[in-house]
Design a protein around this ligand. Structure first.
Ligand code: AHG
Ligand code: MN
Ligand code: MN
Length: 339
């Protein structure tokens, strides 16, 4: 007899036994994220047939032009969490200027719910129009019950304070990878039964790899230490496994997912005039840092561990170097002038 597939829900419920004080709340939130992912994956699979391709004509809080699918994916997350179950009080998204307080209303204008969800509804969205891989990223924080009205200040948490984090990858198959702080687990959507089924428990990133992933078109804008690190990776030296192979998809989730299985390093460095780089701390860098650290890798700005950064705003950007332990350490050595 074939073994019974382990669905996402079953996995979470079984793992709750690891937490004697678990209330089942986390499994409800994860089930809602999985629902949002299935809706987004379905919309994506129909791109070209329904009116979801192209830009909306709007510009988001990041100053980037919004794709129709960015907006649709954002609306999907909002719809799935609005008023649902009273667990999630606030939503912070790349596509929304301000946090959205969605918990059921309490007296005095306060909202119910102990969790905040941070998300990048569609990561790598410029890939959509050419039918390339995209993803979604999520991060879950516990937030103090508000005694007064909610404000953004309650949401400025470090990555180390995340309760759980993960991502969705919409590729040839739809994959969900998550961690609640006890390893990293991968699920694949079986469209026939509409369930995410465990496809790889306890992912571990190799301690070093052979791939580097960076937009090299920006080389002239990088600090000297970053340039020297990338020069080093591309030099020929068979004894140290160089040159590395370059792979860059334009989708952070896809590039990090590749690193999880084969190792190596992804960078989105600081640039002239953009000291914090491009990627956002709370819904791109920190959740992926949580995953990669749980899998045995590292994530750094080059100067500081990503998970230790206390944000000043929810949309704060940060330089990101993430992947295998050895390559991230090497990048820090170059950036901090030790090599
Ligand atoms: P988003 O689509 O959410 O704005 O994220 C795009 C990010 C990331 O996924 C990717 O690695 C990087 O931006 C690509 O940027 P460049 O085109 O500047 O290389
Ligand atoms: Mn993104
Ligand atoms: Mn995005």
């Amino acid at each position: 007899m074939e073994p019974q597939p382990i669905t996402l829900t079953r996995h979470i419920l079984e793992k709750q036994a690891d937490h004697p004080d678990a209330t089942g709340e986390f499994s409800i939130i994860m089930a809602q994220i999985a629902l949002a992912a299935k809706i987004i994956a379905r919309n994506m699979s129909l791109a070209g047939l329904i009116d979801v391709l192209g830009k909306t004509g709007e510009t988001n809080v990041q100053g980037e032009s919004v794709q129709k699918l960015d907006k649709k994916a954002n609306d999907t997350f909002v719809r799935v969490f609005e008023y649902h179950g009273g667990l999630v009080r606030s939503l912070v998204s790349e596509e929304m200027d301000k946090p959205l307080f969605v918990g059921p209303p309490l007296s005095g204008g306060r909202r119910q719910g102990k969790y905040a969800l941070f998300f990048d509804p569609l990561d790598g969205s410029s890939n959509v129009d050419c039918n390339f891989t995209v993803g979604s990223i999520f991060s879950i924080h516990r937030v103090a019950e508000p005694s007064t009205l909610d404000s953004e200040v309650n949401l400025l948490k470090t990555g180390a304070e995340q309760v759980a984090a993960g991502y969705l990858l919409y590729g040839p198959s739809t994959v969900l990878v998550y961690s609640y702080g006890k390893g990293v687990h991968q699920f694949t959507l079986d469209p026939g039964i509409g369930e995410f089924v465990l496809s790889a428990p306890h992912l571990q990133i190799p301690s070093r790899g052979k791939v580097y992933s960076v937009n090299e078109g920006n080389y002239d804008k990088w600090p000297a230490g970053t340039q020297r690190f990338v020069d080093y990776l591309t030099e020929k030296d068979p004894a140290t496994g160089r040159p590395y192979s370059g792979r860059y998809s334009g989708c952070l989730v896809a590039d990090v997912h590749r690193l999880l299985s084969s190792g190596g390093v992804y960078l989105y460095p600081a640039e002239t005039g953009k000291a914090d780089g491009k990627l956002r701390l709370m819904y791109e860098a920190a959740p992926l840092a949580f995953i990669v650290e749980q899998a045995g890798g590292n994530a750094s700005t080059g100067m500081q561990r990503i998970m230790d950064i206390r944000p000043e705003t929810v949309h704060q950007r940060v330089p990101l170097i993430i992947g295998s332990r050895e390559e991230v350490k090497l990048a820090e050595d170059f950036i901090q002038g030790r090599r």
